[in-house]
Ligand binder design. Structure first.
Ligand code: GAR
Length: 210
């Protein structure tokens, strides 16, 4: 069983779908820690309601950035974390953590990276930019995390066609549905050791059906 730490800053709907798959035994893992910069976000409320350990890390609690990074790392090591899932976490992951957990940190982004990602592309802004660009498709991307926002080897994407009836809000809802399918699939593949590296790129090995 892999030990997962979830990092979330907002409502935590992606966290919730992963949690549901874990408690229904579909993903062989355990959520050992939920980390947020925002003590009053939906993700922390949900974690507390479900008796999952939480840890708040932000400038108010730890004004010194070096101490903040160290204490965050200590919490991850203490819990023996195998996998970190960023689920709407709006802060940069400290470089010491990225280095220690190389290819063990996943992020989901609500667009087809490398387009519409990086600084400034968060929340509804992503979908506004997609609509404005007249793109014909959008979707969700799950990738391993490196030291840049929304960057690092792409593991899987789920595409959706942009419809004439879409505006940024409608598209956001449709992409979120795609995220809720895609993210648990990738987390499951990681937990079942089904992510292989081929020519330097991660690739999911399909589940064997009985
Ligand atoms: C999701 O749409 C996720 O893709 C996005 O934040 C939202 C969190 O929603 N992440 C990013 O934009 C990362 N750059 P949730 O709290 O309901 O899971």
């Amino acid at each position: 069983m892999k030990k997962i730490a979830i990092f979330a800053s907002g409502g935590g709907s992606n966290f919730k779908v992963i949690y549901e798959k874990i408690i229904s035994w579909d993903i062989p893992a355990e959520i050992c820690l939920v980390i947020s910069n925002n003590p009053s976000c939906g993700a922390i409320d949900f974690a507390e309601q479900n008796s999952l350990p939480t840890f708040i890390v932000n400038k108010t609690r730890y004004p010194d950035s070096h101490s903040r990074d160290i204490i965050l790392m200590q919490n991850l090591l203490k819990t023996d974390i195998d996998l970190i899932c960023l689920a709407g976490y709006m802060k940069m992951i400290p470089t010491n953590i990225v280095a220690h957990f190389e290819n063990c940190i996943l992020n989901i982004h609500p667009a087809l990276l490398p387009d519409f990602g990086g600084k400034g592309f968060y929340g509804i802004k992503v979908h506004e930019a997609v609509i404005k660009s007249n793109a014909i498709e959008s979707g969700a991307t799950v990738h391993f995390v490196d030291n840049q926002y929304d960057h690092g080897p792409i593991i899987a994407q789920r595409k959706i066609k942009i419809l004439d009836t879409d505006n940024a809000e409608i598209l956001a809802e449709r992409v979120l549905k795609a995220e809720h399918e895609l993210y648990p699939e990738v987390v499951k593949a990681f937990c079942e050791n089904r992510i292989n590296w081929e020519s330097g790129l991660p690739k999911i090995v399909e589940e064997r059906k009985e």
